[in-house]
Write a protein of this length. Sequence first.
Lengths: 374, 531
Amino acid sequence: MSNKTLPAWIDIGVIPLINVCLAFIVSGFVILLIGENPIEAVQYIITGAFGYGEGVGYTLYYTTNFIFTGLAVSVAFHAGLFNIGGEGQAYIGGLGVGLMCMSLDSFMPWWALLPFAIAAGAAFGAAWAFIPAYLQAYRGSHIVITTIMFNFIASALMVYLLVNILIEPGNMAPQTRSIVESATLPSMQELFAALGMDIENSPLNISLFLALACCVLVWLLMWHTRLGYAIRMIGFNENAAVYSGINTKRVIVITMCISGGMSAMVGINEVMGAQERVLLDFVAGAGFTGIAVSLMGRNHPVGIVIASLLFGALYQGGAELSFEISTITRDLVVVIQGLVILFCGALSLMLKPTIEKLFVKLMSSNKPKENANV
Amino acid sequence: MLTNTTSEQGNTLPPAIDLRKINKSFGPVHANKDVDLVVAKGTIHGIIGENGAGKSTLMSILYGFYEADSGEILVNGKLSSIKSSKEAINAGIGMVHQHFMLIENFTVLENVMLGAELNGFLKESKLSARQELTRLSDEFGLAVDPDAITGELAVGLQQRVEILKALYRGAEILILDEPTGVLTPQEVKQLFDILNALRARGVSVMLITHKLQEILAITDEVTVMRAGTMVASRETAKTNKEELAELMVGRKVLLQVDKEAAQPKNVLLQANNLTLKDGSGVTRLDDVSLQVHAGEIVGIAGVSGNGQTELLDVLSGIMPVQQGSIDLNGTTIDKRNVLNAKDFRHLSLGHVAEDRHRQGMVTSFSARECAIMGFQDEPEFNGKILMDNAAVTKHCEALMEEFDVRPANPHLKAANFSGGNQQKLCIAREIERKPEVLLVGQPTRGVDIGAIEFIHQQIVQLRDAGSAVLVVSVELEEVMSLCDRIIVMFEGRIVGEMPASEADAQTLGLLMGNAGSDKDDNGQVNAKGES
């Protein structure tokens, strides 16, 4: 008896939408409790995220990071691996991007440097994911535990490197020197200016296009290649994969390396684009938000783009909200984000039976004849 | 289609169970449609039907796992609302599940009293449970040592513990769901003795099965379900196998496999002294040697869990050879020459997995993706970088057409096909390339009678085309009618071999249970792997 009777548009469209709305309603009550007007709060969030050029720029800049980390989590998830280590992989990947940029930035312009930076970042991120992957596949240690631990190791390692080795001489802040201007990614403002359009300045840069390209690549990988076939088969049924002659251990390691490499692209957006240097904690939780994004986006690139946009808007609109209403602090914004994650991720299936019943009732009242495929 | 109580007592006593117009839907699937069922007191009532006919749903409603969408349940003439298994137990209904609900490292006594203790103190409970257990054992001839560790008992005895559990809770109506699936013929006979004893003491038994022979052997009445409805109810004495089969399927079926005598030729598959230990060091295969010739079907009989699964896994490259070797089509595979399942396929071996949900297919995949499992790297399905999805779909369409898989929709999720159609798709995938060696595990597990016929025909056809076929099945009848030569396995060893023409259920049954001394021999026998 399968209970997968709902059409896809309800399953991936309506239900997540209702979940998001529920999260907002509960958030509204929390804001009421503080004594503020929730309607007003929503207005601030929406105008903050989409109301003016700079806001949109910031929203999309956050979105870019979330697409990378969301895709990273989803790739691993298809193989049944819960990669919690996106944060650390992005951090170390950013180091790779930074090192490559700083060694070549005086020789070449950004467009020539970009492929090298991508390769270096992906290699560093993949390497950071390789160790937990190897331990999972060949030694049986659980990937959730090892990737979490690797986040801490990455964090400690980066503090050490930035404080002791990579720090710019004469600077008090633990960060590297700036990348030469000509070697950093053009911001959207520069790009649009070249096209003769004037938009407001924001950290948004052309790595958004890289993120969208990655979506297409991941979609092709998962549903149009042999490797994707193998990855998905391992995720659904590892015994069946062995039965089909797939080297599951090897595929698990490869999948995690792809996942780590994808996380590392956060480094392109941050190090080569927005910050133009490597600095402490530049990932700022994007790796963890990627988990929620992937869950909410049902591990599909299209869903991930939409979920990333939602979280990007929440980050940017939330920041605006805490700025506009002084009683609503940054912490409350985290609460709202937490509620969205709770309803879309953890409770994503809560409403499913109810909606299923409702749908069946609606359908059967429309057409009483049914085809029982018992 | 109202069912009438044909038993004499039915007129005086209210029936033990009286179900009226039960309806239950899962989404658009109408699993039970206006089901009426009357079970007279003190009788054994058989319920038969193909997989997915709605038998298990109906029993789950009766036992409180599901709630009916509409309809009434009368227990002993009283209208009852059963919303949980606890309420079912209070109403005097007990159930023995196909997969036992026992805690393996508890003693029999602990299992029996679990959840039905007198109070918070175990000592008192144990004392009274022990007395009650002794009484029940004596009354019904259900001898089990109360202090034995349950997991170490043979499957037949574990089943007794399940029955004792139900009786201990005061069950007067006992539901048995496919109780004989994991038993040797001797154990089946013992079970039937117990059921007779229960009936003699007024317990009503509902026996759910798809095995016609058992229905005829033990029941008083039989009800046939098909596609969610009750299609007929018969007095067992007044019906026969053919009629029941026809009622189940809705058309006439051939119960015997129609085949010529085998013409064995050269050896295509040979296992030499295969020995295999599992992760915890338990020997699963013990010095197994066998040969399969071109043009013959060799059957492996045995109670499930006696090494058949491991044998298939090793012979198909899923598990590496630890000791011994395999000669497959002129290639020797041993510890030094490790090949995986794909390499085995390239040596012209087809393998229909024993458990399609565990190995043979991915239920979350679409049919077209399932149809290339094991062949995903073949050039015909791949371009330079991307897969040729159009070719994959076309391939699936062709298979569905040729093997009559319904619905013929390559994009439908595998889980949404019926068991029979899933199996057809798996067999189609493996047979289509005309492999010289075919391994088939449980060719017809969870497959309806109509499809069984078709699958057997396909296997025989492949044999006649000159392939060597090795069949593993726990259905003794199937092994005897489909195969040309029968090998019996017990605890990882080959304990007997004979031509199918000379085999009979009695002899095979004794071999399968290692000459009947299966009781305290070894605790390894267990019921896992059934689905």
